[in-house]
Design a protein around this ligand. Structure first.
Ligand code: BG6
Length: 472
């Protein structure tokens, strides 16, 4: 089976600053949240690897850009490391050396014919702002972020025409303050909601500033909605799905795309004492600062059922009160990551956006497969024969292209990731890249088999699937 890829459908790859850069040239006071976590809880990072060296992109970026050029990559998304962008985060003193590095990366990409996309925050909240204000708990940080966004647009807006305000803004506070599974292990559901709210507000300020500045291009946010599926058609399981969607998807989709929070979410949060009292005028900013487009990170389905047990009143309020996770018997799994593989998630998300969010333009900003022990699959020349990755991408793309055919306004697919890089905690355990990174001193790079296959997709604009696989 052959499927044509529309001529204007973007095919790119993504990554982030903290997962690639390494700490070369980093100055005192430039730790991000991730750096602090790594320093405070090194025992949970796989084999001790973390952001300290990463892929040493600070020194090696040109090698990566050359490889992007070699496979004709359409676009590359990374982030500006907010924590490194200033030497003084409160008085907004730009670190010229670091800002120049971003200039160099952007210029190299443009020169190589790869479209640069920049994200303003990919978990890189400066530790200095946590020390001074408890991070996003404070309205001050919203203002500092908005000022940072303006500086970034002014500096790079002539060459960067696709911007993202955040990557997965819900994630850090969900892991740290809702589930408390990550450092600093502080369970506080109200704080979780305040962080959600301040990030939505900060995003709106940045969007407004981008529009008012009259920059060329567009601005959106990278979200990680989890396409939720109910175990069964029972009203109870359906309600569990609805509640999961409300608390983890609509909590960002609605303010960012529709400019307002769902009343139902506000009501339930109020009832449980975790709603936020917006300052005067803030809801108006959210209304005015809706995004031009979305990036959607999509890896796996979220399956839920109605909870089987009554909520323990001694347990702090958690949306889990309304649902319970459900493992579909017989599901395909990526065992390295523990994530279900269900390529139709692409189609279902596309239709969800079409139906509920006015078919807003969007791209798949991340999708991919992290596999442990990829050296097992190296041939004699040292090239990883990652046929499983090719199959994974092909099946997901197939559903995405079907969605485009059925009227979805999805405009592209960005693989996570261009090179192997550091995952939160899993570090280099699961490899995601089209490019293999050796953990030697140079962080030697080599294209995997999937990189050449990706190149053929880009060059030929045809997705070929084995016939018998067509109906997967
Ligand atoms: C996304 C993040 O959630 O998933 C990336 O934006 C992350 O930063 C990627 O690396 C893959 O997840 P993980 O945990 O396996 O690295």
């Amino acid at each position: 089976m052959k499927i044509d890829i529309p001529a204007n459908f973007l095919i790119g790859a993504a990554s982030s600053a903290w997962q690639t850069e390494g700490w070369k040239g980093k100055k005192d006071g430039q730790d991000s949240y991730l750096d602090s976590w790594y320093k405070n809880e090194p025992n949970v990072w796989h084999e001790g690897y973390g952001p300290a060296v990463a892929t040493n992109f600070m020194e090696n970026y040109q090698q990566d850009v050359d490889l992007m050029r070699e496979i004709h990559l359409g676009a590359y998304r990374t982030s500006i490391n907010w924590a490194r962008f200033f030497t003084d985060h409160v008085n907004l003193v730009v670190d010229e050396e670091y800002a120049q590095h971003i200039d160099d990366v952007v210029n190299a990409l443009v020169e190589a014919g790869v479209e640069p996309m920049l994200c303003l925050e990919h978990y890189e909240l400066p530790q200095a702002l946590t020390d001074a204000y408890d991070g996003w708990s404070s309205r001050e940080v919203v203002d500092l972020y908005a000022a940072y966004a303006k500086i970034a647009f002014e500096r790079y807006g002539d060459r960067v025409h696709q911007w993202f305000t955040f990557n997965e803004p819900i994630v850090p506070q969900t892991r740290c303050y809702l589930d408390a599974v990550r450092w600093p292990h502080e369970q506080n559901t109200k704080k979780w909601m305040i962080w959600n709210y301040h990030k939505a507000l900060a995003s709106a300020f940045a969007v407004k500033a981008f529009h008012e500045g009259g920059y060329e291009g567009r601005i959106g946010c990278v979200l990680n909605p989890e396409m939720a599926y109910a175990r069964s058609s029972s009203p109870e399981d359906q309600r569990a799905r609805h509640m999961y969607d409300l608390f983890f998807n609509r909590v960002f989709f609605d303010p960012m795309v529709k400019g307002a929070y769902p009343q139902e979410l506000i009501g339930i949060c109020r009832e449980h004492g975790v709603w936020v009292d917006p300052a005067d005028g803030d809801l108006e900013i959210i209304k005015q600062g809706t995004v031009d487009f979305l990036g959607v990170n999509q890896y796996y389905p979220k399956r839920v059922r109605a909870p089987r047990y009554a909520w323990n009143p001694q347990t702090p309020f958690h949306p889990e009160m309304f649902y319970e996770g459900f493992d579909l018997p017989g599901r395909a799994m990526n065992k390295s990551r523990g994530w279900e593989i269900y390529p139709k998630v692409m189609y279902d998300m596309a239709m969800y956006l079409k139906e509920h969010y006015g078919n807003i333009p969007w791209i798949v900003s991340e999708n991919g497969m992290g596999i442990e022990g990829e050296e097992r699959f190296m041939n004699e020349q040292g090239v990883v024969q990652d046929d499983y990755r090719i199959e994974f991408i092909a099946q997901h793309l197939r559903w995405l292209l079907k969605a485009v055919e059925d009227g979805s306004s999805c405009e592209g697919y960005m693989l996570w990731a261009f090179t192997d890089n550091v995952s939160p905690m899993n570090a280099f355990k699961n490899r995601y890249g089209l490019v293999r990174i050796e953990l030697d001193e140079q962080r030697t790079r080599r294209l995997k088999k999937s990189a050449r296959w990706y190149q053929s997709l880009i060059d030929d604009r045809v997705l070929e699937l084995p016939d018998e696989e067509g109906a997967k």
